[in-house]
Design a protein. Structure first.
Length: 83
């Protein structure tokens, strides 16, 4: 079992993927490293803007505020600060 936080992936995709590959016993090639570096510079085809920390809160503030009380216990258990 390997935990990965989205925030860590956004902040350091090459480092996080290297840790995942190592943990899975898979070779982390230069090709994969280049792909990981591009993940942050190039948003997915369905994204309207590049990934960034707290993007989900900023762009959907009203919806997030309404749901946060329902997920607070899980959020705390996963190590996130209460939103």
């Amino acid at each position: 079992w390997i935990d990965v936080a989205y925030e860590d992936l956004v902040a350091d995709a090459p480092g996080v993927l290297e840790r995942l590959f190592d943990g899975l016993g898979v070779t982390y090639t230069g090709r994969v490293r280049r792909f990981a570096a591009e993940m942050i510079r190039r948003p997915s085809a369905t994204a309207l803007s590049p990934p960034r920390r707290e993007k989900w809160r900023e762009e959907n503030r009203e919806l997030v505020e309404r749901v946060l009380p329902l997920v607070r216990t899980t959020e705390a258990r996963m190590g996130y600060e209460p939103g």
